[in-house]
Design a protein around this ligand. Structure first.
Ligand code: FHN
Length: 575
């Protein structure tokens, strides 16, 4: 029998009344949001936590309900959920040791289970043998530990009888449902969470993609919560404006929330709208033993690329059913923290750029400082960064004794002797004669600018979809890619340069590296395609120099692949 609170608190009553008046108005407290966003952006690095009774089944939270785990069984798991080793202070200590400045936990995921003592449902932690309010203990530990507390809340709810869709994956329809009543439930719970555990840093909404949730629901919820807590930051999954896993939103209205949320990928360089990449330290969001865990290099280079792109990084751990974060994940996070102990000043409170991220590395800036994070490169050749409209007045190598930095008319030459190259990133601080953030951001090409491409074509495009057409492999953006249909074992992509050019080198970045087993790079001579070079594997950072040829049309001809080949970038150089 659902428990009800007889009276809404005065603030929620006011919020509800204002909501009626302001429903389509501009966001409330825009200036409060701006300063809250700036504070949050300065934090740069946060801990994401996906947890619930399903951790005992070691299957994915939400998604395994009615799939790997029958819903009837899944929905009873809470009756034996007793994480006796849960220690909120310990979790917060791990976040701090990792250098994480905020924490976002799943208050309710798609499976509807509430990790907090809610007045609006019995399907909550108080109905488990554990009988302790996880959000209460964690929010208190965050406050005393100096980590900002935030909450993930799934808009979709495959358990709640009033939410129309059922799992697995929202494919089923519930017999009796009532979306209006469910929306009230969402408003009641999301305001209850603020009142009991707030103020929150963020509301991390998710699950907005299913049909029952509308733009109007999102707008109303956004305004309702902003009225309760004006300093609250709300992500773009509150409304319907998010573009898939790229997580971007074009609109800058209520529907797009306050920031973008690229998922399991590094967002593209953008200073216009705040954004945050969310990513798992392993493969699954929820805990799974022996799940593949990312290497320290992968973790830190992702962090560097995200902050270099002007984004925040929300890194997920899935705690075990006994309440501990898996020791090996704790150790990986501590390793990240040790790196940040040394280079945190180049991350926290900085902005991305002015040198845009790429295979070369990334950069951040603060006041008159520019921090360069230079990754290892094939042959460790000197790197020529593009010229910027500022004068370098001082340089300081933070990871190596000697790095030669020479500012020239054609750019900034970085000559880092091989023995001084850091395995993660060689960090160099430049001091310039002006506010570094005001410098126009510039893309960086390790080999200089690629030859411009007039037209692209390909033998196959994944489902004929525009977002995977061959132009995506010639847009100088490693976050986009040309893709082919599943099962494709051979394919070609063609670059038409518009006129004959002298070409003597190519750089290729293969997405889902390892699918390509054999390829040639060909040029059209008369009506014949002739090879400039041939090879077997590509990978995400393939570079080749060959005898110069003079031609207009070039092809990467993939003659053997294990699965549909997909290429992020195919670039040609004249050298
Ligand atoms: O379906 C969820 C998934 O379980 C996880 O919570 C991620 C985290 O951002 N969001 C959804 C998938 O896009």
């Amino acid at each position: 029998m659902q428990k009800f609170i007889q009276l809404m608190s005065l603030r929620r009553a006011v919020a509800a009344a204002l909501l009626f008046v302001f429903t389509l108005s501009i966001p409330l407290g825009a200036s409060e949001t701006e300063s809250a966003l700036a504070d949050w952006q300065a934090k740069r690095f946060g801990m994401f936590i996906h947890w619930g009774p399903v951790s005992a089944k070691v299957t994915e939270i939400g998604w395994s309900r009615g799939a790997q785990v029958p819903a009837s069984e899944y929905d009873q798991l809470y009756k034996t959920f007793d994480p006796v080793r849960f220690d909120a202070d310990e979790w917060v200590a791990v976040a701090r040791e990792a250098g994480m400045k905020y924490l976002v936990i799943t208050s309710k995921h798609h499976d509807g289970f509430c990790l907090f003592d809610t007045a609006y449902s019995d399907y909550d932690i108080m109905g488990s043998p554990f009988k302790r309010d996880i959000l209460a203990e964690l929010s208190a530990a965050c406050r005393s530990g100096g980590v900002e507390f935030s909450v993930y809340y799934s808009i979709l709810d495959w358990y709640h009888p009033d939410y129309p869709l059922d799992s697995p994956g929202g494919r089923g329809k519930k017999a009796a449902h009532n979306m209006a009543r469910y929306f009230e439930y969402v408003k009641n719970q999301t305001s209850e969470i603020i009142e009991k555990y707030g103020p929150l840093g963020l509301y991390w909404f998710d699950g907005e993609w299913e049909k029952p949730w509308t733009k109007e629901h999102g707008d109303a919820l956004y305004l309702f919560l902003k009225e309760i807590q004006p300093s609250l930051v709300i992500n773009n999954r509150v409304g319907k404006a998010r573009h898939g896993m790229a997580g971007t939103s074009k609109q800058s209205n209520l529907n797009a929330g306050d920031y973008d949320t690229p998922e399991q990928r590094i967002g593209g360089f953008s200073r216009e709208r705040p954004w945050e990449t969310c990513m798992t330290i392993c493969k699954q969001w929820a805990w799974k033993p022996e799940d593949r865990m990312k290497s320290l290099e992968e973790c830190l280079r992702t962090l560097i690329h995200v902050v270099g792109g002007d984004g925040n990084f929300l890194f997920n751990v899935g705690p075990m059913p006994d309440g501990r974060i898996e020791p090996r994940q704790v150790e990986r996070l501590r390793e990240m923290g040790r790196w940040l102990d040394t280079f945190g000043d180049c991350v926290y409170g900085t902005r991305g750029g002015p040198f845009m991220p790429g295979k070369w590395g990334a950069s951040t800036c603060k006041e008159e400082k520019i921090n360069l994070f230079v990754f290892r490169a094939p042959h460790d050749a000197p790197l020529l960064l593009p010229a910027i409209d500022a004068k370098i007045v001082a340089t300081k190598a933070l990871t190596a004794e000697t790095v030669r930095v020479e500012q020239r008319d054609d750019g900034i030459l970085l000559d880092i002797p091989a023995q001084n190259r850091d395995a993660i990133a060689t960090v160099i601080e430049l001091t310039v004669d002006r506010e570094a953030f005001a410098i126009e951001p510039v893309p960086v090409h390790r080999r200089g600018k690629p030859i411009a491409v007039k037209k692209t074509s390909a033998s196959n495009v994944f489902q004929g979809r525009k977002e995977y057409d061959p132009s995506r492999a010639a847009d100088d953006n490693e976050q986009t890619r040309w893709a082919t249909d599943s099962g494709t074992k051979s394919a070609w992509i063609e670059l038409d340069l518009g006129s004959a050019q002298r070409v003597s080198a190519a750089w290729i970045s293969e997405s889902y590296a390892g699918r390509v087993q054999a390829f040639t790079i060909d040029y059209l001579s008369g009506d014949q395609w002739l090879p400039c070079c041939k090879g077997t594997t590509l990978g995400d950072d393939f570079e080749v120099v060959f005898d110069a040829v003079n031609a207009r049309r070039f092809r990467l001809n993939i003659t053997s692949a294990t699965e549909g080949p997909t290429i992020a970038e195919f670039q040609l150089f004249g050298r």
